[in-house]
Every structure is written in structure tokens, then in C-alpha cells.
Design a protein around this ligand. Structure first.
Ligand code: 3EB
Length: 334
């Protein structure tokens, strides 16, 4: 009988002052990306919180077997799942940094026997700047990131049916931060019928299509299923829509989240269904323009209600014409 896997909540930072030992990860949000040399479970993402009381994201598990550092990767694990994080600050092209990060993290999670990546988060600064690594290349750093990530996935034999859900957002502070959740047993890839799968985007968005799935559905024995939803933008088919209008982008995002939850529910028994985007355990909203936060908060409340905890962060969506993106986590929280 597997133990309960993990649960992810947003909390007052004061709750970290107790010395409890059940933490798998602690995700903080601040002015600059940083990792802790003292605690392998801690990361700070350079995404300034925009609104509301201070919050940390805490991943807890009933039993954390081991925490440590290996090959520069901080990690913590339970019998079922592995959290890991790495920060690459060496000067390299973006493609080189992404390739190095993914080669290392894939060797690492497989080496410990957690063979299945469920979810990854990717943050790096200057996401729209020209990639300075490949002389003469016309790629921006996000497009170069996609090239490097894909190279590592190909080199390690990753099949597109095994791609994890992901977030990739422009942050503040040095380096490429990647953190991830892997498991002993696979999840189920969920795509969005309103959108072309990202790994099949046409070349107009970059020479290498982005390697991620729209969501991972993960069932656990004796637990409500988890759903880890990728960063979701105002994209229909493969095109950005409502490019001049943040609130219309928000409406479209909520429709995309609804479609993803429906696609997951179609795999689940009725008593396990998630009650739409407002029934998720946590939403993270990434906004390009801090001044939009009040209007976005108000409209989001109209669309999804007040039950779901929401965190607003300042970050850059990878397409210049998109101003807002939302990820959803449903991990033992609702
Ligand atoms: C999109 O749907 C928006 O490259 O890992 C969202 C989530 C986006 C993850 C990634 C990119 C990524 O294409 C951008």
C-alpha cells in the first residue's frame, strides 16, 4: 500500500518556523532567483509577488526518506516521489544551459529509480532577448531554451508521449532554475482539444516546438487524483489570441483550463471529478504588467469563485504578445 504522496499548499511564511520534518519542497517568490546551500528543498524564484499577503508554497509528504545534494541537484524523496532542483549560472548559451540542465536532471531522476517526470518548472531572465550563444542565430532565449531542452530529451530517449507538464516563464536574477516532480510510476498525459499540442506547434514560433504536455493526471491508491496543469496562455489552436487585451486573454485562459479539467475528468469516475478551474487546489497567475493585477484578480474571482487559492506573480510569458499565463495544481489540497 503506497503512502500518501504529497500535498501542495500556499501558506503564511510563519508556518515555516516550526521544525516539522515532512517537507518535500519549499518554494519562495522574491526579487531574484536563488537556491539554498543549506537546504536542498528550498528555492526562491525571481518572480515578485504582486498582491495579497506573503505566501510560500509548501510541498508536504507524510514520510520524507531522504534529502540531499547530488551533482549540484538539491533533492528530497519519499517512497513514491522525488523533488529536485538545479540552478545553472555558468555563462553559456541558453540552448547549452537548457541541454546541460535536462541531461543532468534526467540522469539524476532515473538514477534514483523515479523514472517518470510528472511536472517541471523552468525560470530564466531576459526571456525575449536574443540568444547570445549561437553566433548569427536569430533565436530569442525562449526559442533557444526549447532547442536545448529538446536536444537533451532526444539524447536520453524521451518519447513525446512521456513529456511532462511544464511552466517556462521569464524571471529576475541570474541563471536557469529548473525544479521538478518525478515518480516511480507514470502519470497520464492530458492534452487540450482547444489547442494544438505544444510539441506539434508549427515552426513559425521557433525551430523546435516546446516539449511539454498540457497536464499530467496522476492517480494514487486511496487518494483523490492529482492534476498538474502546465502554464496555460491565451492560445487557441497554435495562435495567440486577444493580443491587446489582458482581460480577454484571461477569459480565454479560463476556457483553456476548463477544457483541460474536462479532458482529465473524462478519464475519472464521476465521484473523482474536479469541479472546473475553481475546484483546483491552487492557481498561479503570471503577469507581465504589475498594473494589471487588480483588474485580473477581480475578473478571475468572477470566473472561478473564491474557493481556489490564487497567487499573483510578476513574470514574462514566453510569447511577447501574451500578458498573462496561469498554471493549476491539484495536489491533495481540495
Ligand atoms: C504555450 O502554451 C505557452 O516551454 O515549457 C507554457 C507552458 C508555455 C510551458 C514550456 C511554454 C512552456 O505555448 C507557453
Amino acid at each position: 500500500m503506497p503512502t500518501r504522496p504529497l500535498r501542495i499548499t500556499l501558506e503564511d511564511p510563519a508556518s515555516l518556523q516550526t521544525g516539522e520534518n515532512h517537507r518535500l519542497a519549499v518554494i519562495r517568490f522574491g526579487a531574484a532567483t536563488a537556491v539554498s546551500d543549506a537546504d536542498p528543498r528550498e528555492v526562491t524564484i525571481g518572480l515578485p509577488p504582486l498582491d495579497g499577503p506573503p505566501r510560500v508554497e509548501i510541498w508536504r509528504a507524510p514520510r520524507v526518506d531522504e534529502t540531499g545534494f547530488m551533482d549540484g541537484i538539491g533533492y528530497a524523496r519519499t517512497p513514491d516521489v522525488l523533488f529536485g532542483r538545479l540552478l545553472i549560472t555558468e555563462p553559456m548559451s541558453m540552448a547549452g544551459a537548457a541541454e546541460a540542465a535536462y541531461l543532468r536532471l534526467i540522469a539524476f531522476h532515473r538514477g534514483l529509480g523515479y523514472d517518470h517526470l510528472l511536472r517541471t518548472w523552468n525560470y530564466f531572465p531576459d526571456i525575449h532577448a536574443a540568444d547570445d550563444g549561437d553566433a548569427g542565430s536569430m533565436l530569442d532565449r525562449y526559442q533557444a531554451f526549447c532547442v536545448g531542452r529538446h536536444r537533451a530529451l532526444v539524447a536520453t530517449g524521451y518519447d513525446e508521449t512521456a513529456l511532462p507538464a511544464a511552466t517556462a516563464i521569464g524571471s529576475q536574477g541570474d541563471g536557469l532554475l529548473v525544479y521538478f516532480l518525478a515518480a516511480r510510476a507514470p502519470g497520464e498525459q492530458i492534452e487540450n482539444p482547444r489547442q494544438v499540442s505544444a510539441f506539434r506547434y508549427p515552426a513559425e514560433y521557433g525551430p523546435q516546438s516546446p516539449s511539454f504536455s498540457r497536464a499530467t493526471l496522476k492517480r494514487w491508491d486511496g487518494e483523490r487524483p492529482h492534476l498538474y496543469i502546465s502554464g496555460t496562455a491565451s492560445i487557441v489552436g497554435h495562435a495567440s489570441v486577444h493580443v491587446e487585451d489582458c482581460l480577454k486573454q484571461l477569459d480565454e485562459i479560463v476556457e483553456n483550463l476548463r477544457a483541460i479539467v474536462e479532458a482529465a475528468n473524462a478519464r475519472l469516475a464521476p465521484e473523482q471529478h474536479i469541479d472546473g478551474p475553481g475546484g483546483l487546489g491552487l492557481l498561479k497567475v503570471y503577469l507581465r504588467e504589475p498594473a494589471h493585477v487588480a483588474a485580473v484578480r477581480e475578473r478571475l474571482t468572477q470566473l472561478v469563485g473564491t474557493r481556489v487559492p490564487v497567487l499573483f506573480l510578476r513574470g514574462d510569458v514566453c510569447r511577447r504578445d501574451l500578458w498573462v499565463e496561469i498554471e493549476g495544481l491539484h495536489a491533495g489540497t481540495a
